[in-house]
Design a protein around this ligand. Structure first.
Ligand code: SF4
Length: 174
């Protein structure tokens, strides 16, 4: 593992970007996920960002139950995320289907469609439990380092370093 791979991996683990998908929840769990961003919990101070683009996300946070319609959207979001990635299922609905698991149109929890790394219980899950879930997901993320996926990024970083080192007005020398 080279310097740039290490740098990229450390950046991802130290400042993970999250994407939240409401997979048909009652909004109880969604409110608790958003509470993590309020000044009371303020997860951004740890470098954790809530973003809207799955192509930039390291961790997928999902609340609600899966049904035949939203299953496709869930899989689509998951497939767009770059490796390494981790998934957190939030609440009784996300982990198992919860009180709706016997409903005619409910397939069950998130793991019926995509692999789940962390299950956060509760109805709704407390913000403290959600933050704990993110910490556990980071532990999983730490162990996943596919070198191949980072090769284009590493090549760009190397080019940028060469460009910088060859600049005549460069101030810093090693
Ligand atoms: S677990 Fe409870 S609060 Fe969360 S989405 Fe399901 S019913 Fe709503």
């Amino acid at each position: 593992m080279g310097f740039f791979q290490d740098l990229l991996h450390t950046s991802r683990v130290k400042s993970p970007w999250l994407i939240h998908f409401d997979c048909g929840s009652c909004n109880g769990c969604d409110i608790e996920v958003l509470a993590c961003l309020t000044p009371v919990y303020d997860v951004e101070r740890f470098g954790i960002l809530n973003i809207g683009n799955p192509k930039h996300a390291d961790i997928l946070v999902v609340s609600g139950t899966v049904n035949p319609r939203n299953a496709k959207a869930l899989k689509n979001i998951y497939d767009q995320m770059p490796d390494p990635k981790a998934v957190i299922a939030i609440g009784a609905c996300g982990t198992s289907g919860g009180v709706f698991r016997e409903a005619y149109n409910v397939l069950g929890g998130i793991d019926k469609v995509i692999p789940v790394d962390v299950y956060v219980p509760g109805c709704p899950s407390k913000p403290e439990a959600i933050i704990d879930g993110v910490v556990l997901a980071l532990e999983k993320l730490k162990k996943r380092r596919p070198e191949k996926d980072t090769e284009p990024l590493v090549a760009d970083l190397k080019k940028a370093r060469e460009f910088y080192e060859n600049r005549e007005d460069r101030q810093v020398t090693r």
